[in-house]
Design a protein around this ligand. Structure first.
Ligand code: XMP
Length: 512
């Protein structure tokens, strides 16, 4: 792999994704990992990420100069560039004058491999206080900016390079090209990380892990569990059974999509459990969001365990497929020190005291890679590009108690909103589009010749990268207007449509 050494903040994940977009496999490791351990992973190259510290801060993470003795290609970015310069005997000065944001970069006449033949005054993204004032011996300075006399350097013989700016962010013109040049031309790595290769590799791994044992997977209808199951099916065929629990809190057409489209595309054995009465019974009269979540989680496990017992043909099912993604692994401390707290556990994700060994074929992948895999495995586009949907479903989008009538009202309003978003071609521009029914609120309206006294529906379209933060989507007014008109016309109980214009934080994406 290419190792991305994480010096903090959010840069490492972005770099790892960009490396993979260049079709090279990458992994994130914490800066605290000893160099010997990094080298034991047999890295094709090491990339030192940016980070929030000053290399002169008392406990600033440093680069062990031993890293450079092993002949592994190294690329330093921002903080990593400075730490690298310092470790190799260059000079880093505390100028105090910050350069932040889009900054023109001037390539030197000898622009090196990374920058040759790129435009002059290239806008690059800078974010630094200190700067490198003298490159280490053996390095050529290839570019400068107003605030950084050494903005990029290279030592081709040693297969090392570094840049003060952030090539991984979209604001740096030709940033991806520079990263590719480092990987291919400086480090000499072949671009072989493709969907087909990932599938082959994972299939072999799953076969080895599972042998001839039985496997189950809880399908949520979301892309992650769908792709994970499809991979496992490709590996072990009918040893896999999927369980889809219809808890009655799904959106219009979702159960059908899983039953028909998914099975048609994959040929997977599917057990659909209709547990609507069980869930709605347990939820009757409950208004507190946390109680709703707990009840749904509990019932889900009951249903799933019962289904697993029925599926086991000889002895017990030993393996459970989970659609865990790489960011979850990194965030829970598997990769870096910068932990983000996740407050949700997926209801489709089951507790550890269920006696299964886990099969997690997506553990090393990012969401966009999972989607590419899904397409390569032949899953329907509608499934692959589906917006995230919470495990507790519409129960946490009805503010108030949940019952069948309210679910029907929300299902119809939600269907209209989704239809109009799709018709406007905006599905991919929006991360998620919850529609919320304020079931315990009524307001007065006028419809036809009469007074109405109905419920409001809230539109909550958001844009996001990872759901940890979000902004409200600026949908075109015409689209919002069409959704509003159709919902108030077509859903009898709803006489008002409102738009949620709160970012996250302070709001969460869901209302409960
Ligand atoms: P919030 O509301 O915290 O949601 O901003 C962030 C993302 O998580 C989804 N979500 C859930 N997903 N089980 C899930 O599988 C849950 O209990 C759950 N609660 C929220 C939400 O839809 C958004 O994408």
């Amino acid at each position: 792999p290419v190792l991305v050494v994480d010096f903090g903040a959010q840069y490492a994940q972005l770099i790892a994704r960009r490396v993979r977009e260049a079709k090279v496999y990458s992994e994130i490791v914490p800066h605290s990992m000893p160099v010997a351990e990094m080298l034991a992973k047999n890295p094709a190259a090491i990339i030192l990420s940016g980070g929030p510290a000053s290399v002169y801060a008392p406990d600033a993470p440093q680069v062990d100069a031993g890293m450079f003795d092993a002949g592994v290609p190294v690329f330093g970015i921002c903080y990593g560039f400075q730490a690298m310069a310092r470790a190799l005997g260059g000079t880093v000065a505390r100028t105090g004058s910050r350069e932040y944001g889009g900054t023109p970069l001037r390539a030197r006449p000898d622009a090196g491999v990374l920058l040759r033949e790129l435009p002059d005054d290239l806008p690059v993204w800078m974010s630094h206080g200190d700067c490198v004032t003298e490159a280490p011996v053996g390095f050529t300075v290839t570019a400068e900016s107003a605030g950084a006399p050494v903005a990029a350097f290279e030592d081709l013989a040693g297969r090392r390079a570094g840049v003060q700016f952030h090539p991984e962010v979209g604001h740096t013109a030709h940033g991806q090209e520079m990263l590719r040049r480092f990987l291919y031309d400086v480090a000499g790595i072949e671009p072989t990380w493709t969907a087909e290769n990932i599938i082959d590799e994972q299939v072999a791994r799953i076969r080895e892990q599972v042998g001839d044992k039985e496997v189950i997977c809880a399908l949520s209808g979301g892309v992650d569990s769908a792709v994970a199951a499809a991979l496992v099916h490709r590996a072990v065929g009918d040893q896999l059974t999927c369980v889809f629990v219809d808890h009655g809190l799904l959106r219009a057409g979702e159960a059908e999509q899983v039953e028909k489209d998914y099975v048609a595309a994959t040929g997977i054995k599917l057990k659909v459990v209709d547990a609507q009465d069980q869930f709605l019974g347990a939820l009757a009269g409950v208004t507190d969001p946390e109680r709703k979540r707990k009840i749904i989680g509990r019932e889900f496990i009951r249903v799933f365990e019962a289904a697993a017992r029925e599926i086991a043909s000889h002895g017990d099912v030993e393996f459970l497929v989970q659609g865990t993604l790489y960011p979850d692994v990194v965030e829970s401390g598997g990769g870096t020190g910068t932990a983000n707290i996740k407050s949700h556990h997926n209801v489709g994700g089951l507790p550890e005291d269920l006696k299964f060994a886990l099969v997690e074929p997506l553990r090393t992948l990012f969401k966009d890679e999972v989607r590419a895999l899904g397409l390569q495995l032949g899953l329907p586009e509608a499934m692959v590009w589906r917006h995230p949907f919470p495990g507790p479903g519409l129960a946490i989008r009805i503010i108030g108690a949940v019952d069948r009538e309210r679910l029907e009202v929300l299902r119809l309003a939600d269907l209209i909103a989704r239809e109009e978003l799709t018709a406007a071609g905006l599905d991919r521009g929006v991360w998620q589009f919850p529609v919320v029914l304020l079931a315990d609120v009524r307001s007065v309206g006028v419809q036809g010749d009469g007074r109405s006294y109905g419920h409001p529906v809230v539109l909550r379209p958001v844009s996001s990268e990872d759901a940890m933060t979000a902004d409200w989507s600026r949908l075109p007014y015409e689209v919002v207007a069409r959704i509003s008109t159709r919902i108030t016309n077509e859903v009898a109980e709803v006489n008002r449509v409102v738009l949620d214009v709160t970012s996250k934080p302070p709001g969460t994406i869901e209302w409960e």
